[in-house]
Design a protein around this ligand. Structure first.
Ligand code: NAD
Ligand code: WQD
Length: 335
């Protein structure tokens, strides 16, 4: 299939483009480069031998999206383009609602006009808020705790209502837990602009000397060692989940949401230990107070994805840490 990949120059989108190419699909990347570098295209070409079509543009430009969808004769869309920083969304909610919600609405309008009605959407476990129970399954209540999370809930509602109004639509919402890792080649990885918000890129930057130490946000949670527990999933396992969703014959019409996680939770200290085990580098740490908005524990029940998408994660914590380390040592300053 020809697949429009919005946000395809970003972390998860670029890795998914590699998985799409490997599966025989043809990605067409649409990205405004607000949080990524055009050099990512060279890395995709270096790894895969194919340089996908790339159109620089904003998903809020409905006409441009329509021209790309029809011009490239796209069959489906994988929609990654969004702003994703929880803290920033609390400070600038309208920026997040405009970019993520209005942007998605613009995309859906362009798709309907172009008669392209198959979409895979990047959602997040953030839609569950502070969980009532773990592991978290898709029956868990959806109730975000920040504008970013609400923007994901709102787009899922758009998709659900659209599919309910017109059976020609097929939408799959993939609720990612904590994506980490990098392509095994070491030529592509998480390349955050500025100071990383997330744990693993921060640890990796400490390991190569770009940061002095890791601040651990809270060691008084009711967990195995007091630090926060999350479900870390390899970005290439996540990418494979998108290809499965795209090719899914079990779900030809309507809206469907499922978790993409490993089903296993690890604490911050366990992640630090895993990284040291593969890198040989001791990570200086300082225990600080809890980060506002953080939850204690979160990990997925991935059973629905296994049943409906015939997908489950394959890569373990050691390979996640080893792939991050390879990427970070290849490109200490990112690309
Ligand atoms: P990223 O920032 O690396 O990639 C997002 C890409 O979208 C960037 O290349 C950016 O330039 C582009 N973009 C943003 N707004 C755009 C717009 N208006 N028009 C065109 N392009 C635009 O982020 P990522 O980590 O790859 O995340 C991809 C998706 O997965 C996002 O929707 C995010 O909310 C979701 N997600 C990410 C995580 C995570 O921890 N990384 C977890 C759950 C869900
Ligand atoms: C993981 C753990 C921190 C950094 C976020 C977003 C979520 C999704 C994934 C988009 C927590 C601890 C972290 C640091 C630390 N993104 N930590 N020191 O918060 O689970 O999820 O990214 O959808 O929406 O909320 O991931 O990597 O920020 O934190 O101690 O410098 O590491 O407290 O326990 P999080 P994270």
């Amino acid at each position: 299939m020809k697949v429009l990949v919005t946000g395809g120059m970003g972390y998860i989108g670029s890795h998914t483009c590699l998985a799409l190419l490997e599966a025989g699909h043809e990605p067409v990347i649409f990205d405004n480069l607000s949080n990524s570098s055009a050099l990512v295209l060279e890395q995709i070409a270096k790894i895969s031998g194919v340089k996908p079509a790339f159109i620089e543009g904003d998903i809020r430009n409905t006409d441009k999206l329509y021209q790309v969808l029809t011009g490239y004769q796209c069959d489906a869309v994988i929609h990654f383009a969004a702003l994703k920083a929880v803290g920033e969304s609390t400070e600038h909610p309208l920026r997040y609602y405009d970019n993520n919600v209005a942007g998605s609405l613009s995309l859906l309008r362009a798709m309907d006009r172009a008669a392209v009605r198959r979409i895979v959407f990047s959602s997040s476990a953030t839609v569950y808020g502070d969980p009532d129970y773990i592991p978290i399954d898709e029956a868990h209540p959806v109730r975000a705790t920040n504008p970013y999370g609400w923007s994901k809930v709102m787009v899922e509602q758009q998709l659900s209502d659209l599919c309910g109004s017109d059976p020609r639509w097929q939408a799959t919402s993939l609720r990612y837990f904590n994506p980490i890792g990098a392509h095994e080649s070491g030529e592509l990885g998480d390349n955050p602009l500025g100071v990383p918000n997330n744990l693993m890129p921060y640890i990796a930057q400490v390991a190569v000397g770009r940061r002095a130490k890791l601040e651990i946000f809270g060691a008084d949670y009711p967990t195995v060692d007091g630090t926060g527990v999350r479900d870390y999933i390899h970005v290439m396992d996540l990418a494979a989940g998108h290809v499965k969703a795209l090719d899914n014959d079990n779900h030809q019409s309507g809206f469907f949401a499922c978790n993409l996680g490993t089903g296993t939770g690890y604490s911050v200290l366990q992640m630090v230990a895993a990284f040291t085990a593969v890198s040989g580098v001791q990570i200086p740490c300082e225990i600080k107070s809890r980060r506002p908005g953080d939850i204690s524990s979160s990990f997925a029940d991935p059973g629905l994805a296994r049943r409906i998408l015939n997908w489950q994660s394959q890569r373990d914590l050691t390979s996640m840490a080893a792939d991050i380390w390879r990427w970070q040592t290849n490109y200490p300053a990112g690309i």
